[in-house]
Design a protein. Sequence first.
Length: 143
Amino acid sequence: MSLKFKHALFAVGGFLLAFGSVFAFFNSAVSIGGSDLVESFSYGFTSIFFALFAGVLIGVGLTLITSGLVLGLRGNYTQVVMTFLLSILSTLIAIAAIAEAASSTFPTMVLFFACMAASGAFMAATVALILADTVKGYISKRN
């Protein structure tokens, strides 16, 4: 089996997805140590940062895996449209995850950050695909 760029995307994406999921799972069971106001406030900040860390890992890992699948599609135009639509879909899922702020929990915050990271990564993939097509067209015209 020859190694390809898609295989590297799958491997790195799977590792990031697994690491972020395990990190989120272990930190979701942490309870507030005391009932003091300062400790509760500190726990809120800590849980948000843990959710951000785990969510970004999950979102970028999912984007790498999905981008590897999108690269299998025929035609650069189809790849660009698919990554752009996945970016919009990720943004809509992130908005839906925290639509009701009063019922936000640690898993919904992880979902929010994962979808926002995935949305940004899909948009970066869209720009990279457009630039690759533009450079390829420029080089073919120059030769």
